[in-house]
Write a new protein. Structure first.
Length: 755
């Protein structure tokens, strides 16, 4: 299918017509062609008409569009396990699982390579992350050994899917012992399998290793715990952990939450009993901890040694807790308390937070005769950290108040605008300084008049499902009590404002199921801004998701106030994690900031590693963009370590920053080496409606034949577009033609003694 169309300058045929008419009219103006023969007269006229024709084409930009249908091939993904648990020799004749898996892949590599021209095969090894391996001409470049420290099946599948987004998948083949061994998986296994099912992609699993009888060994192990927490003084911290109990059915297993201060003083905060009636089960345990003073503490989940345990290194898991001082002050401006239930529940969240203080002010739209209100005194005397703008029309403020709010944000404060019938463009903010302040674009045609019917074209109708656009502090709400991701557990929103777009530097954090922005973050000067186009998160509370609602709004306020960071020192040290096994690579960054938050110039920094025995070792670090970056391997010695950074400027010490971490001797891969084929079977069963199932290693060849016989081919439309003169080549040709015609016309007039 082919067609063409024009794209006139300024989207106006009238403008182009006027310009072309003016150029043609110039032919009637001097210089005249007196004394020329008719032939020469028409040659010069024709050259000028040629120039005008090329200029007209340039202004009209004719475009030719051609569309064809092409067959898209399929991608087959193969993932094989390269973690340390694959070295367990529990295959036939005591052969390690790794050797059996490697032999199978090498034997099947030629068949993988000969699936046909419509197939592309991508092979990945995975442990805590996925890495593509070379597969050329039927030869697979297998790694020399299985040495991965963790097994993260869910995150590895999700990472591979992200790398191949947009491709038609014939299926995913997963070879593994089926055991998930990682402290904090980025993506749960079941979620990854559900994502494959949603994409109509079958997951085929091939198990290796034997599943041991759980009653054969007695073990209690702390399986999961985040490695760092940040909480404000006198605020509740929810500590979630999971304890694996094996061989101790119906026996209460005590689980302790222990806090250790900077002096090494340990205190048992709480003890709970974990019990299971099964031979083996992972039991979730939750604690609540309310710190009473600021500082950095070490938090540990401990299971006291039980009778008959052979492995006790896995009975403890630790993390760091950074307890911050509070004191945030918030100004919330709203138009009504009668028809805005959102404000009630946001105010309730702030009222429950000991570290936050709220001033709430209603700018009543029924008293518009008193508008605009003057907020100068309120803002300057209140010294607020965060501003919340509800459903308030821009005319309620006036330019002076809006300029003052913008100046506050520019100086480092935070501001969020909520959705409403008089918010964003509907409230006329596109014609104020908020057009620059907010991270979103607002249409100049949007405006909601008072006492007029609500314009539906400026709003998105509900129900609206929330979709996370990116990993961010504001989208990290964890799961509810049943393990469902937070934004999947809460009810749909009833509606939202429709935006014209997101600014280039705006970050879309949450969006609708149709890709429309819901929560957009940005910066203005030294401050942070948010545009949240909805106003019905109060529905979450009535659905029993009050904890998610509270966390969501607290994190919004903390982010706006720049309280989302781990530390707030002038000299800082940042680590990717706080818990390492011996020999693990450690990467850290360090820097020094002024009081305004800007990086200090001309600063030299000395880095030192302080070991558990107090010994000090200099660390090498490389300057990069006003920060310091360093890498080293964790020591074989277990215990608490500190990276100390001393910053100096012009020979004067600016300050000292510290980053704490600990090295622990706990091998997840080998502490419980039992294979879990049942877990693989459960994963493939999630995709059974699209053909997913578990296969034995001996059935690998049959699986490939089945995939080959039913390729999921699809036809896609490929559109090519040519616009004159849009490309660099066409632009040059167009320019040379115009210059050539003008040059030839000048040459002829020169030759005929007209100039």
């Amino acid at each position: 299918m082919s067609y063409w169309y024009l794209q006139p300058l300024g989207e106006s045929y009238l403008l182009v017509g006027i310009l072309v008419f003016a150029l043609v009219a110039l032919l009637a103006i001097r210089p005249q062609f007196q004394g020329l023969t008719p032939r020469r007269h028409w040659i010069l006229t024709g050259l000028r008409f040629g120039v005008i024709f090329l200029i007209a084409l340039t202004l009209l930009r004719p475009t030719w569009v051609h569309t064809v249908k092409e067959t898209q091939g399929s991608l087959l993904v193969v993932l094989f396990d390269s973690s340390r648990s694959m070295t367990v020799p529990d295959a036939a004749d005591g052969i390690p699982r790794w050797d059996v898996q490697r032999e199978l892949l090498q034997r099947m590599a030629p068949q993988l390579a000969n699936l046909g021209d419509n197939f592309e095969v991508a092979v990945y090894q995975f442990d805590e992350a996925a890495k593509r391996v070379e597969f050329v001409d039927g030869v697979l470049a297998m790694p020399a050994a299985a040495d991965g420290r963790f097994t993260d099946i869910g995150s590895s599948i999700a990472e591979v899917m992200q790398q191949n987004i947009g491709k038609q998948l014939a299926g995913v083949i997963l070879l593994s012992d089926g055991s998930q061994r990682v402290y904090s998986p980025k993506v749960e296994m079941q979620q990854a399998a559900r994502d494959l099912a949603r994409l109509d992609t079958p997951l085929h699993t091939i198990p290796f290793g034997k599943a041991l009888d759980p009653s054969q060994a007695r073990d209690a192990a702390v399986e999961t715990l985040s490695d760092h927490y940040t909480v404000f003084v006198k605020n509740d911290l929810l500590v979630k952990t999971a304890v694996r109990i094996q061989g101790m059915a119906n026996k209460p297993i005590p689980v302790q939450l222990v806090i250790e201060d900077a002096n090494g003083q340990k205190t048992i905060i709480d003890t709970q009993n974990a019990t299971t009636a099964k031979p083996q089960e992972i039991v979730d345990v939750s604690f609540r901890y309310t710190p009473q003073q600021a500082g950095q503490f070490k938090l540990s989940v401990v299971v006291p040694e039980q009778d008959g345990e052979l492995v006790t290194k896995n009975n403890i898991l630790s993390a760091y807790v950074n307890v911050l001082d509070g004191g945030l002050k918030i100004l919330y401006l709203e138009s009504s308390t009668l028809d805005r239930p959102e404000q009630k529940w946001i105010r309730n969240v702030i009222a429950q937070s000991a570290d936050m203080e709220l001033d709430f002010r209603v700018i009543d739209r029924r008293r518009r005769d008193q508008w605009p209100v003057d907020l100068t005194e309120t803002i300057t005397q209140g010294k607020y950290d965060v501003y919340i703008i509800g459903d308030v029309d821009s005319s309620a403020f006036g330019p002076t108040s809006l300029d003052l709010l913008a100046k506050e944000v520019e100086d480092g404060k935070g501001l969020i605008m909520l959705g409403g019938f008089h918010a964003f463009g509907a409230g006329g903010y596109q014609s104020t300084i908020f057009q620059n302040l907010l991270p979103v674009e607002m249409s100049r045609f949007d405006r909601q008049d008072f006492d007029a019917p609500i314009r539906t074209d400026m709003h998105l109708p509900g129900p609206i499902q929330i979709v996370t656009s990116r990993n961010h502090f504001l989208s990290s709400l964890g799961t509810d009590d049943s393990g469902t991701p937070a934004f999947s557990a809460v009810p749909a929103l009833s509606g939202a404002n429709k935006l014209a777009g997101v600014k280039p530097r705006g970050l879309t954090i949450l969006e609708t199921q149709n890709g429309q922005p819901l929560l957009v973050a940005g910066e203005y000067g030294l401050g942070r801004t948010l545009a949240f186009t909805a106003d019905s998160t109060w529905l979450w509370v009535f659905a029993g998701k009050g904890d998610i609602h509270k966390q969501f709004w607290r994190q919004i306020i903390l982010w706006l106030a720049k309280k989302d960071g781990l530390e707030t020192r002038d000299v800082w040290v940042q680590l990717g994690q706080r818990r390492y096994v011996p020999g693990a690579p450690i990467h850290f960054t360090a820097g020094a900031n002024s009081q305004s938050g800007e990086p200090l110039k001309g600063v030299t920094m000395e880095t030192t590693l302080i070991s558990p025995d107090g010994s000090r070792t200099p660390l090498r670090a490389v300057p990069s963009d006003n920060i310091l970056e360093g890498n080293f391997d964790a020591s074989p010695q277990t215990g608490d370590y500190t990276i100390e950074v001393v910053a100096q400027q012009n020979g004067v010490t600016v300050g000292t920053g510290q980053g704490r971490f600990f090295v622990y001797d706990q091998d997840l891969e080998l502490s419980d080496p039992s294979a879990r084929p049942s877990q693989l079977a459960a994963l493939s069963a999630i995709t059974q409606d699209v053909g997913g199932r578990m296969w034995t290693p001996e059935e690998f060849s049959q699986l490939l034949e089945e995939i080959k016989s039913r390729p999921p081919e699809t036809e896609v439309e490929v559109q090519t577009k040519w616009t004159w003169p849009e490309s660099t080549r066409d632009s040059w040709i167009n320019l040379l033609l115009i210059v050539g015609l003008l040059g030839w016309e000048w040459y002829l007039r020169k030759r005929w003694s007209m100039v």
